[in-house]
Design a protein around this ligand. Sequence first.
Ligand code: SAM
Length: 199
Amino acid sequence: MDADSKAVMMAWEKPLMEAHAKAVCLGGGHVLNIGFGMGLVDTAIQQYSPVKHTIVEAHPDVYERMIRTGWGQKENVKIVFGRWQDVLSQLETYDGIFFDTYGEYYEDLREFHQHLPVLLKPGGIYSFFNGLCGSNAFFHVVYCHLVSLELENLGYSTQLIPLPVKDCLGEQVWEGVKHRYWQLDTYYLPVCQSAEDSE
Ligand SMILES: C[S@@+](CC[C@H](N)C(=O)[O-])C[C@H]1O[C@@H](n2cnc3c(N)ncnc32)[C@H](O)[C@@H]1O
């Protein structure tokens, strides 16, 4: 929760983060995650023992927690502290990339996508937290189409893998939470790769 009782990241997302990790680790190699949060996706990525695992995190408290809990000591982990927009010059090229930043807008996601041709290796896999308008089924579908089209214009094909989430989202999950940011029964996990590689 943030200081305003708005949920930033919730435990029900753990299986989703595990599925994202599996997708972006398919090719092994060097994996990039933008946004550490509760470290769910990074913990899952570590289980695939990537050769290198780079994490970009901007919030000083989250960064401090990463250091305190030993993430800076892991042999294959490199932490880049700062907003991804400000640390692009410190990034390399990756076999898998995951993007999940709280408090940013669709425009930020679009801007990040403009950098994919530089950041993602040929054959690499990209995924992002697909919470786009997650409280409205109609607009969610519209956003899913929009983001897929925009990625297509950049040369990427996107598969949206349906994952049922209804059973892990009982009423009790949202008790005390101001913004119920997800209200749909199915989560569509994006798996993007260069259109040439997916043929
Ligand atoms: C929803 S959490 C990520 C949750 C994570 N996927 C997990 O599995 O626990 C979003 C994180 O992104 C970080 N963040 C937000 N904007 C960012 C930016 N521009 N650059 C880097 N990190 C950012 C936040 O500080 C927060 O830790």
